[in-house]
Design a protein around this ligand. Structure first.
Ligand code: GDP
Length: 454
């Protein structure tokens, strides 16, 4: 949002997606919202006299010309989405009608920018910054788990967790202030071992919080899984078995997957993004080489690499795969288990392989479990709030670093001033997460990710 715009003028936007449907909703927010709605929609009762959270049927006119019949819902500040007066006009879901109504509305109100309704909710103290981010996450959620986290976060789970930590840091800071004020009079009675213990406990709590960020980001963005292995081991078949569709080309001839394919699936409410890569091998084919290069770049960005082989892997292929398997996010998979004996299977499991069969009905169960193992989020974490994006993780990490410095200052007995300084830095970093202190630039960046009308 540019600087010269009045933050609290009256804004409007179509809040439902563009296109035809049962209804479309135009939202108006700001001091003149109800007044503007009453001028546009002719209702039986004067909207200005109606109570908050009430809906009224009426007709929309452009001068004398009737445009549509609509339902207006009015909400009075402060108990509204934005914290301001809000009117929502539900008209028939026809883009032709909506554009005519918007033209009339915009004679009286300014077109809202992307995320501006939610930005006002934040600026008016209706939600904190993590809540605002969660609104966007909820709109974009594609799986049960990301939906659950977004919903909890929107209702304040992360905010409360951060506020709890802030409160504890503030207690130590107050102790330090007393120490600073009274130390020259020899009156301070700080029990440094208690302060140090509490700082250590806080460090641990912050560390746990930061760790949740790994799960949180994966929950939102999905777990990126690269299927890697020599041609013909069954990568495309596994890919297809995951999707239960036939998007990837399955063929008995090596090297037909020339590039990588991406598809997303939801398993147990978690988003898995599968990348089927070109067979990694030496090849004279130029086009295949390009595909292999692209696959290799993609493998570098994957969260998990499924290194797939079959029992009779050749030493040559093994050599190519060895380089990749050095990475710690590699899961070694043996496919075509249906062709193996029980003792062969047991042998592979012993060597740390996950055993699967793309052609058997439940042949991927072991692999699915392995993939979900590290990303399953506990109900406890879900309720107590987790970090879900890079911005939050970066700020929490800065808070952790500052708290660590405070701890060192205590150990080195540098004095309460030093400790207080570092604690303050830690508080500031945590306050940034919930948006107690924010720069305009940061806000613009966050809200510009939203769609118009939200
Ligand atoms: P890719 O080149 O690694 O993608 O391999 P494909 O998915 O194209 O599979 C190569 C061949 O192996 C095909 O004929 C598949 O039907 C077969 N195949 C794949 N997975 C299995 C499996 O689990 N068991 C058996 N018996 N055959 C499989």
């Amino acid at each position: 949002m540019s600087n010269n715009q009045n933050l609290f003028d009256t804004i409007a936007a179509e809040t439902t997606p563009k296109g035809s449907g049962g209804i479309s909703v135009i939202r108006i927010s700001g001091p003149e919202a109800i007044d503007i709605a009453s001028r546009i929609v002719k209702t039986r009762k004067q909207l200005q006299d109606c109570p908050s959270h009430s809906a009224h049927l009426g007709d929309i006119y452009d001068n004398e010309r009737r445009i549509d019949q609509a339902l207006v819902t009015i909400f009075r500040a402060p108990h509204t989405y934005t914290g301001e007066d809000v009117a929502e006009i539900s008209c028939h879901g026809n883009p032709f009608l909506v554009s005519q109504i918007m033209t009339i509305v915009l004679r009286h109100a300014r077109q809202a920018e992307a995320g501006e309704f939610t930005q006002r909710a934040f600026l008016n103290g209706r939600i904190d910054l993590t809540g605002a981010e969660a609104v966007n996450d909820l709109i974009q959620a594609q799986t049960r788990q990301s939906q659950a986290v977004a919903l909890e976060q929107m209702e304040g789970s992360l905010q409360h967790r951060i506020e709890g930590l802030l409160h504890r840091i503030t207690q130590i800071r107050m102790q330090m202030e007393i120490e600073i004020d009274l130390s020259d009079q020899d009156l301070a009675d700080t029990d440094w071992s208690v302060v140090k213990d509490e700082t250590e406990s806080l460090l641990q709590a912050l560390d746990e919080l930061i760790l949740t960020g790994q799960e949180g980001v994966i929950l939102r963005e999905g777990l990126k899984i690269a299927l890697v292995g020599a041609p013909n081991v069954g990568k495309s078949s596994i890919f297809n078995a995951f999707l239960q569709t036939e998007r990837a080309i399955v063929t008995p001839h090596p090297g037909t997957t020339r590039d990588y394919l991406e598809e997303a699936v939801a398993i147990e409410g978690y988003l898995l993004r599968l990348f089927d890569t070109a067979g990694i091998r030496e090849t004279p084919d130029e086009i295949e080489k390009i595909g292999i290069d692209r696959s290799q770049r993609m493998i570098g960005q994957a969260d998990r690499i499924l290194l797939i082989s079959e029992a009779d892997i050749s030493p040559d292929e093994l050599h190519h795969l060895e380089e990749i398997s050095q990475q710690n996010n590699v899961i070694k998979v043996i496919n075509k288990a249906d062709l193996l004996t029980d003792s062969q299977i047991a042998n592979f499991r012993e060597k740390g392989y996950v055993v699967c069969s793309a052609t058997e009905p439940d042949g991927l169960d072991e692999l699915k479990n392995k993939l979900l193992e590290d990303i399953r989020i506990s109900q406890n974490d879900l309720h107590s709030g987790i970090l879900t994006n890079a911005r939050q993780i970066a700020a929490a990490s800065r808070a952790f670093d500052s708290l660590g410095k405070a701890h060192i200052a205590m150990q080195d007995q540098l004095g309460a001033e030093f400790v207080a300084f570092d604690l303050k830095e830690a508080s500031l970093a945590l306050e940034e997460i919930i948006g107690k202190i924010t720069s305009e630039e940061l806000l613009n960046r966050i809200f510009s990710d939203f769609c118009v009308g939200k």
